[in-house]
Ligand binder design. Structure first.
Ligand code: FAD
Ligand code: MG
Ligand code: MG
Ligand code: MG
Ligand code: MG
Length: 547
């Protein structure tokens, strides 16, 4: 039977590729996508896969809805409920998936080297190569340990489904072990000392989940341990949630203080041993050595080895993430795009091009610009410098005349010289901010890039290799990030939200907003149903406390 199945499989795949070859006389462009996270899947879902020969490579054959990972650590949501198989996502698409890890991007030869690193593999044939015309790098990032001693060995990270499940098991193990009859109070205190390093959104949300799990579910089951449990958050900055509005971090700090979650701000971790974690207060210089039962390390992102190696090849050294332009093309590379956590956009400053722009605008070469010259030029270059639109939007300006009026204010008829011109448009550079490493950014970038690919494939089918041109005339708009706000779940059915337009909302109703947004953002109806079912189950029966 196995042989028959294998034969059948082979038959299918070979006839499939024959079809692909015969379908178009001109060879389809090969697109290879690395990664099936937020960036990769959003690209894949929006790409018209009939126009390209598409292959996806990822060591995991599923997508993970990372914003709900902290809920998996406490058992509020089951791991299976937040994963969607890639093969379901590509079911109706003309796409091939290969479960393997890309170990090297060979920039010179336009190919990637991949390796099957899973348990089942064909010995001696683990490695294979794929050629590409276009490569989409969306491999995400690792957890950054900043080289701190002992972190790799003794701390838990919270990046993958397996991490969340391990954490869940470890919490319950700590409680069970602390309940053994022959332990001293000191032993029990150590076992039930939970430490979180990093006071960003993930660390804080995890701390809140842990607190809820312990106080809503576990203390009822282990009543004698209730007084011994301790949660500590170690944060290097002066506040937790310091990328959020000040009102939110203040609220979170007060809430945590009230609940007995000990927040150590301004503290840097020096090292971790199998027994204890050592950190130093920046203000007082005091060293604290704290025994622990479990540490979760959540302090930001680091570079994957394959990306680091690639950056060396293309001369992007001393960086944490790949630099791209506003069309998501990797700098110093050909046919390579990068998005999500492994990339950052280096937005071109308009100030760098002032002299050029002025010359361009000054059509009669008299050294001044008339109002109409200014307006025409700005309208033409808006696409190249998205910060212009962003600036006008924030200042509630209608059209570029507003920009001009902003500079000259008084006399309507004034002509602009170079200084006035610089003054008028340099302000717009202040709108540039690097995009944060979030799912929201990765998903928007994936969608944007897919649309660009679709557009280019339809526009000029005979033009040979399609490309998104840089400089001069553009066939695609540059990527522009639209921030839709962010949530910080704080536990106890309370969430803080920061929405566009300086709108902050904290409380139980915001928690309901959170539930509905996160349900709506699910990638399939299947996971949406599962997640809602898990939430309901938790409301009715509480969380499951078995390992
Ligand atoms: P990822 O989603 O990490 O995907 C990377 C993919 O690449 C994975 O499929 C991985 O298996 C694959 N891969 C890795 N190595 C290789 C390789 N060598 N070859 C091929 N494939 C490879 N963001 C929000 O906006 N809101 C939130 O509430 C939020 N909560 C979060 C909670 C947690 C616990 C975490 C960890 C993150 C959270 N984020 C949140 C951030 C968000 O998950 C990331 O910004 C987002 O996942 C980035 O997308 P990505 O596609 O760049 O990378
Ligand atoms: Mg991805
Ligand atoms: Mg395998
Ligand atoms: Mg045990
Ligand atoms: Mg990024």
């Amino acid at each position: 039977l196995l042989v028959a199945l294998a034969d059948a499989g082979q038959d299918n795949s070979s006839s499939g590729s024959d079809e692909a070859v015969s379908a178009g006389n001109s060879r389809k462009q090969k697109v290879v996508i690395l990664g099936t996270g937020w960036g990769g899947v959003s690209f894949l879902k929006n790409l018209d896969s009939s126009k390209y020969d598409v292959r996806v490579v990822s060591p995991r054959n599923y997508f993970v809805f990372t914003p709900l990972l902290p809920s998996v650590t406490s058992g509020t949501v089951e791991a299976r409920s937040i994963t969607e198989p890639i093969r379901r996502i590509i079911r109706k698409k003309d796409v091939k998936f290969h479960e393997a890890e890309c170990t090297k991007i060979d920039a010179a030869n336009k190919k990637v080297v991949c390796r099957d690193s899973s348990d089942v593999k064909c010995v001696g044939k683990e490695e294979f190569e794929l050629e590409y015309d276009y490569l989409v790098v969306a491999v995400g990032a690792t957890s950054n340990t900043f080289g701190t001693k002992g972190v790799e060995e003794y701390c838990h990270f919270l990046k993958e489904i397996e991490d969340a499940e391990k954490i869940r098991g470890r919490i319950v193990d700590c409680f069970e072990t602390a309940s053994l009859p022959h332990l001293s109070d000191e032993d029990r205190r150590k076992l039930l000392s939970f430490v979180i390093v990093g006071g960003g959104p993930t660390g804080v949300e995890y701390a809140a989940e842990l607190h809820d799990l312990i106080h809503e579910d576990l203390t009822g089951l282990y009543p004698e341990l209730q007084k011994i449990v301790k949660i500590t958050v170690v944060q290097s900055g002066d506040h937790i949630l310091n990328t959020f509005d000040g009102r939110i971090s203040e609220y979170a700090e007060k809430k945590f203080a009230r609940e007995g979650i000990d927040v150590k701000i301004g503290s840097r971790v020096l090292g971790v041993s199998d027994e204890s974690i050592t950190f130093k207060s920046k203000a007082t210089g005091n060293l604290v050595e704290m025994p622990y039962g479990m540490i979760v390390w959540s302090t930001g992102i680091g570079t994957r080895p394959v990306v680091a190696d690639y950056m060396k090849q293309i001369g992007q050294t001393d960086r944490r993430v790949l630099a791209t332009d506003e069309w998501l093309r990797v700098k110093n590379a050909e046919g390579v795009y990068a998005l999500g956590d492994c990339a950052t956009i280096e937005q071109r400053k308009i100030a760098e091009d002032i002299a050029y722009l002025f010359k361009l605008a000054d059509k009669n070469g008299d050294g001044t610009l008339s109002v109409s010259e200014f307006v025409d030029t700005m309208n033409n270059v808006r696409v190249r410098y998205p910060q212009i639109d962003l600036y006008m939007e924030r200042q509630h300006m209608k059209g570029v005349v507003g920009l001009l009026n902003d500079a000259i204010k008084k006399e309507k008829d004034l002509k602009l010289d170079l200084d006035h011109f610089s003054e008028a448009i340099c302000k717009v550079d202040s709108q540039m901010k690097s995009t944060p490493a979030t799912a929201q950014v990765a998903a928007q970038q994936g969608e944007y890039l897919a649309r660009s690919f679709n557009h280019l494939a339809t526009e000029d089918p005979d033009e040979g290799p399609v490309r998104i041109r840089g400089g001069g005339r553009h066939r695609c708009q540059p990527f522009l990030y639209r921030h839709l706000g962010q949530f910080a779940p704080l536990g106890g059915e309370t969430t803080a939200a920061e929405l566009p337009g300086d709108w902050v909302s904290i409380g139980r109703s915001t928690q309901w907003l959170w539930y509905s947004v996160y349900a709506s953002k699910q990638v399939s109806w299947r996971t949406r149903a599962l997640v809602i079912f898990d939430w309901t189950k938790r409301f009715v029966f509480g969380r499951d406390s078995s390992r």
